[in-house]
Every structure is written in structure tokens, then in C-alpha cells.
Design a protein around this ligand. Sequence first.
Ligand code: BDR
Ligand code: CA
Length: 319
Amino acid sequence: MTKHRIIYDTDPGIDDAIALVFQARHPQIELVGITSVFGNADIDTTTTNALYLASRFAPGVPVVRGAAAPLRRPPPGPIPHVHGKDALGDIERIGRVDKHEDGRDAHRFIVETVRAHPGEITLLAVGPLTNLALALKEDPAIAALVREVVVMGGAFGINGVLGNATPAAEANMHGDPDAADIVLGAPWKVSIVGLDVTHQTVMTTAFLASLRDSAGDAGRFVWDVSRFYERFHAGDGMSKGIYAHDYSAAAFVVARELYTTRSGPVRVLTEGIAAGLTIQKPDSVRASAPDWDARPSCAACIGVDSDAVLDLFARTLRN
Ligand code: BDR
Ligand code: CA
């Protein structure tokens, strides 16, 4: 089977790091680049973290600095209570950082890489969608050349949840709603892995401890880095474990059969108290809705075989 060639657009971030370890170890994934974006921390911090993670788990993969701020808003403030002061759970960092940033801007790297490999590149985006929107602005024709865009973000209320950054918005959509509305409306194939399924996919303390004891350096790292995230989740009312947000999007790339999707165009609200809210008009709805009807359909995940998704993670790390 041909490999999935992925540009990983990320704001590391604890769950971003966990998803990176999975990609680095999965035999059917070839990481062709890691592009950073502001989000879980400022761009200096997320880029530093991307360099660290690539040095430790994905040597040879270029790391490219991306956007420091949303398209038309100031950069958000820090959220150290979610991912730690360093956004990687404040763990002791093992090993040397032996990588330097690729000199290009992330959006330029995306354009050049997609053009160099037409029809082959999957953009796996697990932070605010600013880099992807900038790439589209620079070269709209890349939309036809990308294999697929898989986004961790949004929520459609399937299980009663619309947001985690606000009651109405998931964090990545809230981070840059303008970029999100552009990216989800562009003429490329988009799949959305949002809170509707990531909240159903919980890495429990027992699951993480078992990986710590059976999956070598990768398993120990996932355990270490998830300690801070687990405390945050506990404070948020969750009993023992973490949501597998960004990993779920990586799992979708290699195992989409584990997800149920609903097709239809998606809008992202860009203003007001619900900025970042994602709303889909399912293709099955016939009534006209001009603000949706001119846009291509996206596949939004509405169901998941979470046991199988977690088993995929464990098997991949143990191999
Ligand atoms: C998303 O927000 C970030 O905090 C996580 O890394 C993930 O990408 C979850 O809403
Ligand atoms: Ca993220």
C-alpha cells in the first residue's frame, strides 16, 4: 500500500506531541514536514517544541515556522493551565535538539511541497488553520493538488458539546475562525475530526500506564507528557484520562473505516460570542441555504469505534 505523505501542521501542545509520536512510528505514514503555528502557546514556544519533538522522534523531517497570529486578530494569550508553561507538560527534556528551522515560512513550504508532489500530500492540521489559509491565499491552485486535508477541530453537537474554548467553539476553530472558514470552504477534500469523536476517545490512566510499561521510549514519553494534561482534564471534571484530540485526526488518516462521517458544507462563525462555532448543512437537507450551498461538502466525523482507535495507537507504539 502506498504511504500517506503528511505535512503535520501543529501547535505542540501535549496531544500534538502524542499524535506526532504515532505518526513517526506508523509504517504507512511518511512525514514530509512539520509546520508550526501559534495556538497552545506562542509561535516561539510551539516551534521550539516542534524542533525538540522532531529531534527525538522524527529525525530528518524538516520543521518550518508558521504563523504567529490569526489572520485578522492579535495573538491569543498563553494557556499554561492546559499544556504547561512550556506547552509540553513541563517535563524534563531528554536528548539534544539537533535540528534547525527550515528557512521558509510554513505556508510557502506547504505550497512548494504540494506542487512538488501533486495529488500525494495530506495536510494534517491540528492547530488554528492560519498556515493553510495563507497557503491558499498565496496559491489557490494547490487546492486541486492536495490529496486531502484532515482537520482536528470543531464540534457539531452530536453528543451535546459545541466547544471547549468557549461553550460554542472548539479551541482550534476559536484560534482563527476566519482562517477556519476559508479552509473548510476551499475546493479541496476536507475531513473534520472534532470533539464529537475526540470526546469519545479517552486515553485512560490505565491505558497510558500500560504503554509506559510496554512501549519503550515512545510509551514512556507519552506517559510523562500526559501527566500535566491529565491534571488539567481532572480539573475540567473528567475522571482519569485525557481526550485523544490530535491523535484522533492522525488515526483518521490511516484508519478512516473506524469513523462514521456526515457529508455537507460547513461554515465557521467569525464574529460575536459564538465565534469559532462550526455549523454543517448535511447533504441530506434539501432546503436552500445560500451561505452553505455554494461551498463543497466536508466529511465531518459523527461516530467512532474508540476501542479500535485506541488499540491502533497501542499497537503502533509497541511495534
Ligand atoms: C485542540 O485544541 C488544542 O488545545 C489541542 O492541541 C487540540 O488540537 C482540542 O480542542
Ligand atoms: Ca493541537
